[in-house]
Write a protein that binds this ligand. Sequence first.
Ligand SMILES: NC(=O)C1=CN([C@@H]2O[C@H](COP(=O)(O)OP(=O)(O)OC[C@H]3O[C@@H](n4cnc5c(N)ncnc54)[C@H](O)[C@@H]3O)[C@@H](O)[C@H]2O)C=CC1
Ligand SMILES: O=C(O)CCC(=O)C(=O)O
Length: 430
Amino acid sequence: MTEARGGSYSLKALKPFNAGEIKVLLLENINQSAVDILTKQGYQVEHYKEALPESVLIEKIRDVQAIGIRSKTKLTSRVLSEARKLLAIGCFCIGTNQVDLETAASRGIVVFNSPFSNSRSVAELIIAEIVILSRKLGDRNMEMHKGIWNKVSSNCREIRGKTLGIVGYGHIGSQLSVLAEAMGMKVCFHDILSLMPLGTARQVDSLHELLASADFITIHVPETPETKTMMGDKEFECMKKGSYFINASRGSVVQIPALVRALKRGQLAGAALDVYPKEPAKNGETFTSDLGDWVDELRECENVLMTPHIGGSTEEAQKMIGIEVGNAVVRYINYGTSVGAVNLPEVDLRAIEATQKIARLLFVHHNVPGVLKEINEILAAHNVEKQYSDSHGEIAYLMADIADVDEGDIRNIYELVSACKENISTRIVY
Ligand SMILES: NC(=O)C1=CN([C@@H]2O[C@H](COP(=O)(O)OP(=O)(O)OC[C@H]3O[C@@H](n4cnc5c(N)ncnc54)[C@H](O)[C@@H]3O)[C@@H](O)[C@H]2O)C=CC1
Ligand SMILES: O=C(O)CCC(=O)C(=O)O
């Protein structure tokens, strides 16, 4: 058994398994920092640059203990029902809407994401887009590439003194607020939560009030039943004539035909989109009407910037995300630590000293009365050094360190706990 240094004494590295048998599937060009962390553990890592078609995904997911994805791979209940060995899903991004979180939890599969490692990258992109839209640089750039000299100032404006309206004042929205004020903009925002405004930003009561008062509107909400299609004809009609619209959240939030109508009738002077209702699965695929008629309609509009979902795609963000999510997956597989999980209770225990003969029970179960009594009866013959249990809706997670157990005790505890009626998943690491 290997040992890790922890402060002034040695900590036990818990690995009840042959690490070489742990298989990890990484999709969508996840950063090398994650590959390095996982391979250093001795895990077998299969690494693809793109998302896989569903049939191939199902074939591969059957055989792995962990999978890493970004925004394209849909882990639906159909796909997860095939994932019989899966312990952990790493979303190497912020959004987790591509995963059926409830199904994952009900199967004892933990889901991690990286809640803010790419927020700054998105905020910087939005600042750039505000300037580019305001100066109509997208169109001027395209003209120059075609050999056309078109020096105009009409309707091109500074952003200083203009109002930025932010929908969703979370990690990205609030970071953007600070950057925009530094550029001389006034900031107001709308959020379903009452939040502390940064700088001199101002929270407004309703989405419609925000839409009517800003020169630029930018959306930074997660995909939820409430935010799906939240921007339609009525909302664009509320916006100031000649204002600009930006979306780098999720494509489902905006009704593209309504946006196109607002652009064509001159209600909006331009728009920037980074995300779409349907996106190609990999680089090299085309962005054409195969995805929907809305593609051609958008491509015809003037002063519309379109980027291929690159809000979080910077070297800095991808490296940080790789390290953060890669480590979270390792900690869960090796130690059972679920801190940072988005679908299971966050449970952890202090590390075990290398000299201690301790086995750690990791038990995900249905959250019903009587389960802990049953488990503690199983453990009654042993000294439970420490234990912690928490629940998240219908699912609960118990972690217990049991002292002075031999291989026979461990096998016995495993068999009794996993036979418990409310068992979802039982592991013992030692
Ligand atoms: N284009 C890209 O590459 C990227 C896109 N994203 C997307 O951006 C979204 C936002 O990211 P973060 O700021 O990190 O999320 P966050 O969770 O920190 O903030 C989201 C905010 O939206 C608010 N909100 C939720 N529903 C709302 C509603 N109906 N109306 C108004 N406000 C609402 C929440 O209260 C929260 O304050 C992510 O969920 C993800 O989908 C994130 C990173 C990169
Ligand atoms: O980088 C990606 O693939 C996805 C970025 C994103 O949309 C997110 O972090 O939610």
